[in-house]
Design a binder for this molecule. Structure first.
Ligand code: ATP
Ligand code: ZN
Length: 210
């Protein structure tokens, strides 16, 4: 029998809940954070601990059979994977935010402005749908300080409580997408039986939480 592989975030916002979900499914494994792979002792499964950004491609390319990752990362990487189950954690929204004292009042006023983001693909599609031509400035992090530094007129970033926006003098302005952690897989994968068994265990854990 083949051993399945599931990719989860190594450390960060989704790590703890992903580990908890798998443990609640009755899977026994060590939560090694220094090792990339952890075998499950009571199910033919190995856990791969990865950076979240790499998870969609690992699943698309067949290196992992399954993955747990935010929808935002899947949309941004534009991979072909199947959504198997929404997981109800890691909820957040990708929002455009502007400085509190800005003159930008309507979405149309973003025309000709600059927007800093780590999500250029998703933002680009959103602006196109809205018929807005803006200058997308792709940066790799700390997006929220960019207007204060004079690097951009607005930002597009993930928000959960809004606390980070507030402490940087920004206010939410437009919703681009909402996201949560999802279980992903690949169409036509081998070992469909094992995958189905795992999905069923995950679904009963989720039902028990309702
Ligand atoms: P990695 O080191 O794995 O690349 P990261 O820094 O890209 O980690 P995290 O900040 O740990 O990622 O966020 C992981 C995911 O958690 C996000 O992609 C998103 O789906 C979700 N999330 C939930 N709330 C928030 C939030 N307030 N800010 C950012 N991400 C959030
Ligand atoms: Zn990441």
């Amino acid at each position: 029998m083949k051993t399945l592989k599931i990719a989860i975030q190594k450390s960060g916002r989704l790590n703890e809940k992903s580990v908890e979900l798998l443990k609640n499914c009755g899977l026994n494994f060590e939560n090694y954070k220094s090792s990339l792979i952890s075998p499950v002792s009571n199910f033919p499964l190995e856990i791969l601990f990865l950076r979240d950004d790499d998870i969609p491609e690992y699943v698309q390319d067949g290196i992992a059979d399954l993955g747990i990752v935010g929808e935002n990362v899947i949309q941004e990487t534009e991979v072909k994977v199947s959504y198997l189950q929404r997981l109800g954690f890691g909820k957040c929204s990708l929002k455009i935010a502007v400085p509190n004292n800005t003159g930008i009042e309507s979405i149309g006023q973003l025309n000709g402005r600059s927007i800093a983001t780590t999500y250029p693909v998703i933002l680009g599609k959103f602006l196109k749908e809205q018929n807005i031509v803006a200058d997308i400035r792709t940066i790799s992090g700390s997006v929220e300080i960019s207007p204060g530094l004079g690097l951009s007129d607005a930002i597009c970033d993930l928000v959960s409580t809004g606390g980070t926006l507030k402490s940087n003098g920004l206010k939410p302005f437009a919703d681009v997408m909402s996201s949560e952690a999802v279980l992903i897989g690949r169409a036509g994968s081998e070992n469909e039986d094992l995958i189905q068994e795992l999905i069923q265990r995950i679904q009963s854990v989720l039902r028990a939480k309702e």
